[in-house]
Design a binder for this molecule. Structure first.
Ligand SMILES: [Zn+2]
Length: 162
């Protein structure tokens, strides 16, 4: 295949790819095809079943113990398919509050954090999301680090230590 920037040939290879396009800083897609252009440095990543990938990441994020970070709040809001104004209406807050959460100027309350997790869990019903988790959440806010891999035809996300 040809480079979309300079039309030179691109070389495909399997790589562990940092999925920064998600808006999350520590999500690694394991062994995905990345096509690189040696001439201009352009690259393309091939991501199969992207909706399934986004669901796997969302479920891993709501399964973490630490409070949601600003980037994770934004990711989950987009996963739910909502604008900032939509999200504000669903949460019963002002759009300014949503903006402060997503720009790391104000931490979500513990109650709002739990409500967002539950809205994500409700969108994609999963039998393995236990409400017991909500009793075990900490007060610190640190980003989740994920390794996300295709297994048995579907994406599987696993949290890893920093
Ligand atoms: Zn190129």
């Amino acid at each position: 295949m040809k480079c979309p920037e300079c039309a030179k040939p691109m070389t495909p290879a399997r790589e562990n790819y940092s999925y920064t396009a998600s808006g999350l800083p520590y999500v690694t897609l394991v062994g995905v095809e990345v096509r690189r252009c040696k001439a201009c440095g352009e690259h393309e990543v091939v991501i199969p079943k992207i909706e399934h990938l986004h669901r796997a990441i969302a479920l891993a994020v709501i399964g973490k113990r630490a409070r949601l970070t600003a980037a994770e709040v934004r990711y989950l809001r987009k996963y739910l398919g909502w604008s900032g104004a939509d999200f504000a209406r669903h949460m019963g807050v002002t759009p300014e509050s949503v903006s402060r959460w997503e720009n790391d100027r104000e931490q979500m309350s513990a109650v709002a954090d739990r409500l967002l997790r539950l809205m994500v869990a409700t969108k994609a019903p999963v039998s393995d999301y236990s409400l017991d988790l909500l009793a075990e959440l900490g007060d610190d806010s640190s980003p989740v680090r994920l390794r996300v891999e295709v297994e048995k035809g579907g994406w599987h996300a696993e949290a890893v230590a920093a």
